[in-house]
Design a protein around this ligand. Structure first.
Ligand SMILES: [Zn+2]
Ligand SMILES: [Zn+2]
Length: 115
């Protein structure tokens, strides 16, 4: 609590918008004396800290998905590597056929099995 040095009245907190900043002043309600308290609000909002785990999860998402895929022995047409991740994609509109996809574990080249 602060008092006006001119008239002894109790100063009241006033919030003023200055340009884009919000400025807090202590103002005397009687004589208009203004004491600048800076632009710090009385309650400093807590900075929202980003969880480091969150970003790791985003980066590793694709890799995690691949890690759960089974690997099969199939020759990569691009680099000749003989191990690839395999998964099946249901062909849109048909319920009897699905396409077998492979992704080379070495060069990440994705290819499909033509039957
Ligand atoms: Zn005053
Ligand atoms: Zn390859």
């Amino acid at each position: 609590m602060e008092f006006c040095p001119d008239c002894g009245m109790r100063l009241v907190s006033r919030r003023n918008k200055k340009e884009k900043k919000v400025v807090f002043n202590l103002v005397c309600p009687k004589c208009g004396y203004t004491k600048h308290t800076g632009d710090k609000p009385p309650v400093i909002p807590k900075a929202i800290e980003r969880s480091p785990h969150e970003s790791i999860a985003i980066i590793g998402k694709e890799e995690q998905k691949l890690r759960t895929l089974p690997t099969v022995r199939v020759e990569c047409p691009k680099c000749g590597n003989n191990t690839a991740y395999a998964w099946q994609v249901q062909t849109r509109g048909t319920d009897e056929s699905s396409t077998q996809f492979f992704r080379c574990t070495k060069c990440n080249y994705t290819f499909r099995e033509y039957s």
